[in-house]
Design a protein around this ligand. Structure first.
Ligand code: SF4
Length: 732
């Protein structure tokens, strides 16, 4: 059975002398007969030097970095110091790169996997006490330290660090556990030092377990590369460590962590005013007495029935999804492979869905120019910049229109300096970095905004000569099956008027097309949304872009009005008139054909508060009767469902789906249509749902009616029954 040693952590501010104290304490414990293991948890990795006769040990992290996993062994990092003391240095990454806290975690995982503590009675952790992150706090966890000493001098910053450690312990333990053994006072001989430390000790309810004087003895021991216990001469300092070792061996009294607030600490240490609760804490306090609680930033746990907001993707996800629309760019996700995978799923889902609709179940070739640096544990500790630089250099060598780098949580949290890879830009290939940092810098929509702004700032060249008969399409980026279809519809209509699409910002566009964004005299927003309105304002303010008030039109009427406005702007009404006549004739002809199947059919609709005149116009032309329109008006805005006063009588606000279902059952319609997902109750009608982004152009309404006609015909001929088997196989 595994031996369970007593594990003790010594925490103290960097440079306070805790390594010297820890090594001397190890020596005293070993002198008393204990088998001791000392683990240095400071990136400085000099905790065990006095025990090892001045020898430097290879650190666990260097070893893990340089040795393949299958060849890693504990013996390579475990040294044997004086008195048989086991010595290990966790180590850390190079200063300024990677994550030292994550390094401690990795080192501890390695030591646990290799049963490093099995042969010891006592394990001492020598830990940097500036508890800057969860990684440095690992030894505080209850699975490690059973007892904790705070090493401090009387300097304010040392006491501040000691108080912070108490906060860290309190965060882990609450008031349920007692693990603080006391204070080891390492004198610096500053004025009023004893009083300061004593006041602090009283205020936090801890004993001063040892006082270590400022003494030349320590300098002598360092010169001889040994502990004070190993000096040949008998000095009083030896007794200090022996007494402490004895106290540990005979059983420590442990106390609750009761940190001070910053204000209390300042008043207590600097002004000599103890906090009011100073007398209250005591190790013998009854369990039912409410202890004073430190302030924490933790939000209270939400009640189980609390309404939660919907889930959003992260800024990394949004930025990468938008960046992929730069068709001649390579997009590099500086991320673990899994983050890139989920984003790939997001990017490719409309394409995969379309293929699925055509019966292709497992598409293998949807592969945008999207690669990942595949960050792993190693990068999380030592930093991922080498990998990123390599990937960017490879991509730049292929001379794409641009290389776009999007950073994830991992690179953001460990502080990879991602912006520096912009230096690898060449005249042909700018390197554009979007420091989304996963969800650290925001959610999915924020990521899209970051991408659009950064790409524009790096690429748009306002000196580009104007292209007089051209427009830009703005704000297509997003996830919708209709983006490309709508683009083609609008592009063809514009072409008929002799107007070119200058740039799709950012629907599929090359870097060169984005560069010439300001060349087009007019911009058209793809759809109306708060984010698109924000983008519009930004482009107006930054580049003086001019916008048509209308977005891409849906339905006959809106498309006609839209084209007329464009005709006015570009002064080409004359080409428009025959075109409109042609489209109107085609619209009426098709509506008449549909009338043969749909005449007299009654439709009930549930909708969010969005204009549906485009559908009502087409229905009217085809002889279809809308009998009811139930509006779920979640935002309690003015109803926008129709601009036609004749149709207002059809519109009713509904509170929820069951209310709508009741109404529909009473109306007995032939067709039920909805533009939000809902489970329709069984009934003798066909059902249809409308996509959130409608088909643009003259035929939007006809397209829906055509579908209804097919559904009604299929039902009659029994074809739907055959499709049902397919549906149930793949969807049900
Ligand atoms: S939130 Fe962070 S970890 Fe999750 S997918 Fe985004 S970048 Fe990756």
């Amino acid at each position: 059975m595994e031996n369970k040693p007593l594990e003790i952590a010594l925490y103290g501010k960097g440079g306070i002398g805790k390594s010297t104290i820890c090594a001397n304490l190890s020596a005293a414990l070993a002198e008393g007969g204990s088998r001791v293991l000392q683990i240095g948890c400071d990136p400085k990795h000099d905790s065990t030097r006095l025990l090892m006769g001045g020898e430097d040990l290879p650190t666990v992290l260097d070893y893990l970095r340089d040795t393949p996993a299958e060849r890693q062994e504990l013996s390579a990092v475990l040294g044997t110091g004086c008195r048989g003391i086991g010595c290990i240095e966790a180590g850390g990454p190079q200063p300024g790169v990677g994550c030292a806290g994550r390094g401690i975690i990795s080192a501890f995982e390695f030591l646990a996997k290799n049963h490093s503590k099995e042969n010891y009675d006592i394990v001492l952790y020598d830990v940097l006490g500036d508890v800057v992150c969860g990684g440095f706090a690992v030894p505080i966890r209850r699975e490690y330290a059973q007892a904790i000493f705070l090493v401090t001098s009387g300097e304010f910053m040392a006491l501040y660090a000691a108080n912070n450690i108490l906060r860290g312990i309190r965060n882990y333990d609450g008031d349920r556990h007692r693990r603080v053994a006391g204070i080891i006072f390492n004198r610096r001989n500053i004025a009023g030092e004893t009083e300061r430390v004593e006041r602090f000790a009283r205020a936090v309810g801890l004993p001063i377990c040892a006082e270590v004087p400022r003494s030349d003895v320590f300098a002598r021991s360092e010169e001889r590369k040994c502990t004070v216990l190993d000096l040949p001469e008998e000095v009083p300092e030896k007794q200090i460590f022996r007494r402490l070792a004895e106290e540990i061996s005979s059983g420590l009294t442990l106390r609750e962590a009761l940190p001070l607030t910053d204000g209390e600490l300042e008043r207590c240490v600097l002004e000599g005013t103890p906090p009011e609760r100073a007398a209250a804490p005591s190790p013998a306090r009854p369990a039912d007495e409410e202890p004073s609680r430190p302030k924490t930033d933790r939000a209270p746990r939400p009640a189980p029935d609390a309404k939660r907001p919907p889930l959003y993707g992260c800024a990394f996800n949004g930025a990468a999804t938008a960046a992929i629309h730069l068709t001649d760019a390579v997009v590099i996700a500086h991320s673990p492979r899994s983050c890139a995978f989920y984003t790939w799923q997001n990017i490719s889902s409309p394409g995969r869905k379309n293929l699925f609709n055509r019966g292709i179940l497992m598409p293998s070739a949807i592969s945008p120019n999207f690669v990942s640096t595949e960050m792993d544990r190693h990068d999380a500790v030592f930093g991922g910049m080498d990998k990123l630089r390599g990937r960017v250099a490879e991509a730049v060598a292929r001379k794409p229109g641009a290389v776009v780098v999007v950073s994830s949580c991992v690179s953001g949290i460990i502080g990879d300096d991602v912006l520096t890879v912009e230096e690898l830009s060449t005249p042909e290939t700018p390197v554009i970095v979007i420091p989304a940092d996963g969800d650290v810098n925001g959610d999915y929509m924020k990521g899209i905004e970051m991408c659009l702004h950064t790409v524009a700032e790096r690429l748009v060249d306002p000196r580009t000569p104007p292209r007089s008969r051209s427009v830009n399409l703005i704000g297509e980026a997003g996830v919708s099956n209709n983006i490309d279809v709508n683009y083609r519809i609008i592009r063809d209509l514009l072409q008929d008027m002799g107007i070119a699409v200058n740039c799709r910002f950012l629907g599929d566009a090359t870097a060169e097309e984005v560069r010439r964004l300001t060349a087009a005299p007019l911009n058209i927003l793809s759809h109306d949304s708060p984010d698109n309105r924000k983008l519009r304002r930004w482009l107006e303010e930054r580049y003086g872009c001019r916008f048509l008030p209308e977005c891409l039109p849906v339905g006959f009427r809106a498309t006609r009005d839209f084209l007329e406005k464009l005709g006015d702007f570009f002064d080409c009404r004359e080409v428009l008139l025959p075109m409109l006549r042609r489209e109107e004739a085609a619209f009426l002809r098709e509506a008449k054909e549909l009338n043969a199947v749909l005449r007299g059919k009654r439709v009930a609709m549930t909708t969010i508060n969005a204009n549906v005149d485009w559908l009502l116009d087409a229905a009217e032309a085809a002889g279809v009767e809308f009998v009811w329109i139930g509006v779920l008006n979640y935002l309690r805005q003015e109803l926008r469902v129709t601009d036609d006063p004749r149709r207002l009588a059809l519109v009713e606000e509904i509170s929820d789906w069951p209310a709508a279902a009741e109404k529909i059952a009473a109306l007995k319609p032939d067709i039920v249509v909805s533009n939000y997902t809902s489970a329709m109750p069984e009934g003798d009608y066909i059902t249809d749902s409308l996509s959130m982004t409608q088909l643009a152009g003259f035929r939007s309404g006809l397209d829906v009616l055509e579908r209804w006609a097919k559904l009604l015909e299929n039902r009659r001929e029994g074809e739907w029954s055959r499709d049902r088997a397919l549906f149930e196989k793949y969807y049900a």
